[in-house]
Design a protein around this ligand. Sequence first.
Ligand SMILES: Cc1ncc(COP(=O)(O)O)c(C=O)c1O
Length: 449
Amino acid sequence: MQEGNLSLKTGIPGPLSAKYQEIKEKNISRGVSNLVPFLIKEGKGALVKDLDDNVYIDFSSGISTLNLGHSHPEIVEVIKKQAEKFSHTCFLVIMYESYIKLAEQLNKLAPGDFPKKAAFFNSGAEAVENAVKFARRFSKKNAIVSLECGFHGRTLLTMTLTSKVRPYKFGYGPFAPEIYKLPSPYCYRCRFGLTYPECNLACAYYLEKFFVTECPAENIAAIIVEPVQGEGGFIVPPPGYFKVIREICDKHNILLLADEIQTAFGRTGKMFALEHSGVAADLITVAKSIAGGLPLSGVIGRAEVMDAPDPGEIGGTYSGNPIACEAALKVLEIIEREDICTRSVDVGGEIVSRLRQMQERYSLIGDVRGVGAMVAMELVRDPKTKEPAPDETKMIVQECYKNGLITLSAGIFGNVIRLLVPLVITAEQLATGLDILEKAVAKVGSRVS
Ligand SMILES: Cc1ncc(COP(=O)(O)O)c(C=O)c1O
């Protein structure tokens, strides 16, 4: 595929994509839905070409999995090389170097000045499941606290930890026991009706009350948090929030588990997003951008917590696949060598400034927020009542792809447009994508009078 910009040759979807869509509907579960009505033929950097040769700018990065873009040539090369050597042994049967080297590197990179160990899995949900296993085995306690508006996966346990009812939970109960929910640090819609900084971080200190009203601290193994809540709508906790949570966890012997699955590997301008808070978690879950699009996830944590299980208690047939581990080693090398974290801050700055300009023009944009290149806008029907605008959000996403831009929605009310641009995007592609987005907002939203 040619480097450059978008090019639309047919209506969307084109005839070939439409043909496959029909076959898909006959053969694939209705529960597996798709954001855009076309199929990919090729991807390169921030560009996607569909079956009908239309080229789009991709602001979705496979939901934060392609921080280094589609088919990064160096990652493709190591994948090919490893596939030629061996593609699977099961690390529990025969070990290989890449799994061990990757653990060593991540243990060094993860925040926290203490000995760490790691273990690898396949999906994000599987990493969260295992992080909970480590926490329970170590602490000998079983309750887990998660945050409202949080998302941790679609398995029974991780779905229980997750907040949004539809489409994630409705009809799928009963849920896993001993999971408790804490209010989200969602400043735009504060559950306590307060404003930062006058709130004095009431949402964080609420945890002490929670031990009285919801679950005693002595039963709680861990609190799981996303440094920036992803699916919930890119909710950025206020400064100081994680320091307070950390202090309360320490006081009550509760492990802090940071779910960095959507936030790590440069997305927020740091290797791990929790670094912004100066706080270290006891356990970290990673997945998505760790391996440039290959299925790989992991848990990194305090050595004593990670060593709580006896040999044989942790693992899985495909966990820490050797091709994915080689890809991950290359991802870490590229992030460091090409200073991708600085690039994330620059790209994010550009996006925020464009979105803020749009916000001045369109009352539909209630809030613009984010960290680094993890940026979103929350859409509301009225900036005073903050009534969510989910239908308008869907219309903007559709208007965008029809004009060559792939964007994602998110948010507990489905009214957030989140931008997860590949961090290797060119300035021209970024500007073109933001122009398409602005035109879509202009079409759907009304101007500030
Ligand atoms: C923060 C977070 N945790 C867990 C998951 C689940 O990951 P997976 O879809 O790979 O199971 C996701 C996926 O979006 C996520 O964003």
